[in-house]
Ligand binder design. Structure first.
Ligand SMILES: [Zn+2]
Length: 301
């Protein structure tokens, strides 16, 4: 499954970038923010590997470092394919002698030779484009400095390769964050069970720790059962309690997330807050009973 979905997103990323470059004349692959943040390459790296990671999730395949390397190879294949296909479309306008993207107008770039580079094969053309395109950095329309040395230009161009790797890696980290059960070889399902206002959080966690230490099923269950999910709480600063579970294991992971206001007064997750605890599923049987009822209802509808 991951190979089929991987191939689909690889082809989609290539088609997207090639179409944007040929029809809108916008080189997304080498688009950078402030010239050095390879935003376009990151986006292409991300898109090209989406299918591969999605397929891994759907078929419950664990993300090992080797599979991450494979994803990075997919992203690099995407980048090289985009550059090669764009090269196939690159021709020289017979009237203006400018390069254009066309299959039927003008002569293909490979029919030309450039002094010092020879015939414009794919590799020679790439070498020529990199070495003959000086890059300048401007701020408020004033040039601050420009890079003309060959080494400098190769370093700037290699940033795009770094971008494509970062894009694939970011896409993979989304999957890496998912809780995985190595006994059942499956990604755990995540279910939000309740939330509470931020100001009650500290006391709640303290009480949770002490009630969990009793290992008393009934006590723990009734403690957790008193909370519920409240829509209005989710709009203010709050703690959200989730449970990540698999079908066969007796234990599950209870995790608490903290949501706070950012500078724009939007409620966002505080990534530096982490709380996870392995608990017995029997502690939260009520959650699974509700879930069963909901699923049955859905089945009836
Ligand atoms: Zn399991």
């Amino acid at each position: 499954m991951r190979f089929i979905l991987g191939l689909i997103s690889l082809i989609a990323s290539i088609a997207l970038a090639v179409c944007i470059q040929i029809f809108a004349n916008f080189d997304i692959l080498h688009f950078g923010v402030l010239m050095i943040v390879p935003a376009g390459a990151i986006a292409i790296g991300y898109i090209s590997t989406t299918g591969y990671f999605k397929g891994m999730e759907k078929s419950n395949v664990y993300l090992t470092p080797l599979r991450m390397v494979f994803a990075i190879i997919i992203a690099i294949i995407s980048m090289i394919s985009i550059e090669y296909i764009v090269y196939l479309f690159t021709s020289v306008d017979p009237e203006t002698y400018n390069t254009i993207y066309s299959l039927d107008k003008g002569a293909h770039i490979s029919e030309f030779e450039v002094e010092g580079y020879g015939q414009m094969t794919f590799l020679n053309f790439k070498r020529y484009m990199i070495e003959s395109t000086p890059m300048s950095f401007s701020l408020k329309h004033k040039e601050i400095f420009s890079v003309t040395s060959v080494t400098g230009l190769y370093i700037l161009n290699s940033i795009d390769y770094l971008g494509i790797i970062i894009g694939a890696w970011l896409c993979g980290m989304k999957l890496k964050d998912k809780s995985y059960c190595h006994q059942c070889n499956t990604y755990r399902q995540i279910l939000p069970i309740f939330n509470l206002p931020k100001e009650q959080g500290e006391v709640f966690i303290h009480e949770l720790e002490s009630v969990l230490s009793t290992e008393d099923d009934i006590k723990i269950s009734s403690f957790l059962n008193q909370y519920s999910y409240n829509q209005s709480v989710s709009k203010q600063e709050h703690y959200l309690c989730n449970v990540a579970y698999c079908l066969n294991c007796p234990t599950a992971i209870l995790s608490i997330e903290l949501y706070e206001y950012n500078s724009k007064k939007a409620v966002v997750k505080n990534e530096s807050f982490e709380y996870e605890k392995e608990i017995y599923k029997s502690y939260i049987n009520y959650v699974f009973k509700n879930l069963e009822m909901k699923n049955n209802k859905k089945a009836i509808v």
